[in-house]
Design a protein around this ligand. Sequence first.
Ligand SMILES: [Zn+2]
Length: 160
Amino acid sequence: MIRYALACDKGHAFESWFQNSAAYDKQVKAGLVVCPVCSSAKVEKAIMAPRVAGAKKRGNAPPLPELPPSPAPSPEAPAPVAMVSPQEREFRKKLKELRDHLTKNADYVGQKFPEEARKMHYGEIEHRSIYGEASPDQAKELHEEGIEFHPLPVLPDERN
Ligand SMILES: [Zn+2]
């Protein structure tokens, strides 16, 4: 087994085990290796961990589709590896909570968001919490008009 430190096209670092480098190539080409943070299949080797575990080659060990639990690095053998930090997971959880809270307590106005936000800003309608969509241009205009709003956090696995 070989451990590779990997990084996705968004720069998330993680690690995964492969039977050998050929298995790695095959799994990456087949899109079977995905970033645990954003599920991107565009991953490549970051820094290769030089440690090879298990001197004896096991016959038909199946390829590992999932990340094994990462053991604590042993102090006497430091190796350049990377993994998703607990902080990042925690942050992601917080984002989801924030998003859930927002969407539960605000009215969805879809693409009328810029219009509604403007009406509220200029006192034409009563203030309330809304969320919806705004193009980058619209967002810029709203911002320039001094209208306060925030991008709704989008979680990677909720896209598409
Ligand atoms: Zn990623």
